[in-house]
Design a protein around this ligand. Structure first.
Ligand SMILES: [Fe+2]
Length: 206
């Protein structure tokens, strides 16, 4: 095996994105090693869930960034993320069951997808973002990883305030247990349902 060693061909030349990609490669490598060494199922499950959670968080970060800079190929790029999301959803229960064929197929898929996606699709996006950063006084990257939206705050209760500066996606929330609208924030997905119950005032301030 040894599918997931990080090398310079995976770099997209944006430090924040490269750091997250490195984490994903490292988590995939740990999962692969655990499977190769026939680690206990609980350990394999932990690696798998960590990888899945990091991947989702990272996809949301990239999607936030692409929307912030109005990246013209957002839809195409998002489709590739959605393919990986669907495969993860399909494979995770099979890998958890210890289905060895599924494990092999999953690692093959993941290695191929990561190499193609980081080497082509993410590099194209990163090139656009670097050009954007050079051409605009307002940096999207400076806000990446913080809770500050790129778009200035809108007045309370205006239409813009309702839609908010963050792109939204439907997502199953593990906290409230519902399929709800989630804001794709740089710090990760935020469930509107949970947030409105606990920090509603803060949400309105966005
Ligand atoms: Fe991507």
């Amino acid at each position: 095996m040894g599918h997931f060693a990080w090398n310079s061909e995976h770099e997209v030349f944006i430090a924040q994105i490269d750091a997250e990609h490195r984490d994903i490669f490292q988590l995939a490598e740990r999962l692969e090693r655990a499977i190769e060494t026939q680690a206990p199922p609980t350990e394999i499950r932990e690696h798998l869930h960590a990888l899945s959670a990091h991947a989702e968080e990272h996809f949301s970060h990239e999607e936030w960034l692409m929307q912030s800079v109005k990246y013209p190929s957002y839809g195409w790029h998002r489709q590739q993320h959605d393919t990986a999301r669907r495969r993860l959803k399909l494979f995770v229960p099979l890998v958890e069951e210890g289905n060895t064929e599924a494990i092999e197929a999953f690692l093959e898929f993941l290695a191929g997808w990561l190499a193609d996606h980081t080497g082509v699709t993410d590099r194209m996006m990163a090139s656009f973002v670097r050009n954007y950063e050079r051409a605009h006084a307002t940096s999207a990257l400076e806000r990446w990883g913080t809770s500050k939206p790129l778009v200035a705050s809108a007045p309370h209760h205006s239409h813009a305030a309702e839609t908010g500066p963050y792109p939204k996606t439907l997502h199953f929330c593990k906290t409230c247990g519902h399929q709800t609208a989630h804001e794709m924030r740089p710090s990760g997905l935020l469930c509107r349902n949970c947030a409105e119950r606990s920090v509603g005032v803060e949400l309105d301030r966005d």
